[in-house]
Structures are given as C-alpha cells and as structure tokens.
Ligand binder design. Structure first.
Ligand SMILES: [Zn+2]
Length: 158
C-alpha cells in the first residue's frame, strides 16, 4: 500500500479518536491500521531494486519513497498544526519503515519484525487469506462504527 494512504489513515485515526479516548488508543490504532490496510487487496509501486539491494538502480525508488512520505507528513503538520497527528501518521507507516530498514541493514530482529510479520499480511498465502478477510471485515466494522458514533454523538438530532 502506498505510504501516503498509511500516513493519512494514521493521522485521521488519531484526529478522530483523540477527543473521544485521548492520545494512546489512537496511536495504537494508527500502528495497527498499517496491517489492516496492507491486508486489503491493493496496488503498490515497485521497490524491487531496494528489496534486491541493487543500490545502483535504486535511486528512482528512493525518490518515490521520499515523495510518498515527506510532503505528506509536512502537509499533515501544516494543515493540522497537531504533532500527535504527525506521530500517528509516522506510526501508521512504521511497519514499512522496519521493512525498509531491513533492506538497508539486514539483521534478525528487523527481518522478523519488518519482513516476516509484514509480508505474511501484505502477501497472503493460502493460510492467511482468512486473516485478510477478517481484516477487511474489521475495517468495515470500524468505519461503520465510527460513522454511527459521528451521526449519533455529534448529530443535532441526538
Ligand atoms: Zn506495509
């Protein structure tokens, strides 16, 4: 999933939950949202050269990642003027950062956290298809639940 979507989702989750539950649940949900969004069937741009550690060919991919993160985080901060939304955005992108760091500095811990767990969800095999469906169902539930809360709690009709 392009990082822009993860970052916007993380900022939105923190923005939507901060007044209801405070900062920590939103930050936790922002992190979890990464895996839920990656579980959705989606398009991704290629970072094959980075994955294969072909550094001489990887510059365009580094530029794509830069353009997919820095302007988005900057816009989130400028528009919201709320550092918690930026932290939520960063947390929502954090699993991809671990994946990226494992490409740059491969080691056992990053390989487990950044590649094994992430790829199990992102590239589901036969065994994880059920998990992917559960994630989609959970995301739909959360979205509908939030719409329900927004309508009933803030509605002038309530
Ligand atoms: Zn990811």
């Amino acid at each position: 999933m392009p990082l822009t979507i993860h970052l916007l989702a993380g900022a939105a989750i923190v923005g939507l939950t901060i007044n209801l539950w405070g900062i920590w649940p939103g930050l936790f949900l922002a992190l979890i949202s990464h895996y839920l969004f990656d579980a959705l069937p989606h398009w991704d741009y290629s970072i094959e050269n980075i994955k294969k550690r072909l550094w001489k060919k990887a510059l365009p991919e580094f530029i794509k990642i830069f353009l997919d993160t820095v302007p988005v985080l900057t816009i989130i901060f400028i528009v919201s003027k709320n550092i918690y939304l930026v932290i939520g955005a960063v947390l929502a992108g954090f699993p991809d950062l671990l994946f990226f760091l494992n490409c740059l500095f491969p080691n056992k811990i990053l390989s487990f956290l950044g590649e094994k767990i992430h790829n199990k969800i992102h590239y589901p095999g036969q065994k994880t298809r059920l998990f992917r469906r559960a994630c989609i169902t959970f995301l739909i539930f959360i979205l509908l639940f939030y719409i329900f809360l927004a309508i009933t709690v803030n509605s002038p009709l309530a």
